[in-house]
Design a protein around this ligand. Sequence first.
Ligand code: F6P
Length: 344
Amino acid sequence: MRVAMLTGGGDAPGLNAVMRAVVRKAERVFGDECLGFLDGWKGAIEGRTVPMSVETMRGTLARGGTVIRSSRTNPFKIDGGPDKVKASLERLGIDALIAIGGEDTLGVANKLWEQGVAVVGVPKTIDNDLSATEMTFGFDTAVQIVTEAIDRLHTTAESHDRVMVVEVMGRHAGHIALWSGIAGGAAVILIPEEPFDIDAVCDALRRRHEKGSYASIVVAAEGATPKEGTMSLLTGETDQFGHVRLGGIGQRLSEEIEARTGYETRAVVLGHVQRGGTPTAFDRVLATRFGIAAIDAVHDGDFGKMVALRNGDIERVPLSAGVGELKLVDPSLYHGVAEFFFGG
Ligand code: F6P
């Protein structure tokens, strides 16, 4: 078979590990020929590919990013886009496509499957907010990076008697903020699922500082929002999937906290550092399992499916399940565990 792959949306550590696994089994077990579309759906529309083989994928297991690059191009927002993708597949003699991405990429894959394209999906997002799978690769790495950053921020915050507001990724769901905030001993964690009251945030910090603790870490997901629009936020442009470019909550919070409490406060935006660099061992293993499962699905002719982690096993679920509801944080982890340490 001739099997093509593409990676769409924001990159995540582990993408190369998925493709390395696909290629290894495709070539060595099934005798397939693999290739990659460059720049996500953009390359599929334009028919730009690179050959992918066991040899070209050597040394990529530990490498972050994606060797075939990514984009946020949506073929359904481009005139004739879906037909152009189908024409590329036809012209290149591709029998199956493995689309690796988050809800947007998998949403496109699902629509193309409904139009007759032989496609299998692999879920990816550092945000870990896809409900069809218990875990996406990249999340563990992001949490590790943020936790290490918080550990470092603790010592400088203590030295200067400051509040440090750490803005992390997560526009719809606060998994990264919650996990790293718990792991890093944050005094307050703010997530999109729980609109915050700035007065309560400041009270928690006062409680802590009045007890004699001279430094506090506030972890805020980029999508955290104040209750009833009490604080204005910066918003940016929108991509082809309708997502607004976020950023700014950390700085706004830091100004507000300093003004209300008088505690010197600094904002740190971790941004794309969270997505860069080498994947953790956990993410490499999960990505490898997903890659093997994806090429198996291709050879079973089980198209229109995505692979997913369920009860510790890799299963196949309809692509439509991957683009349904977002997986939000478990309220019991926020209220029953994290909140217990707020202002402590
Ligand atoms: O979708 C993954 C993600 O990392 C989000 O957490 C974040 O909001 C977004 O991508 C950032 O997108 P970009 O890399 O296009 O700025």
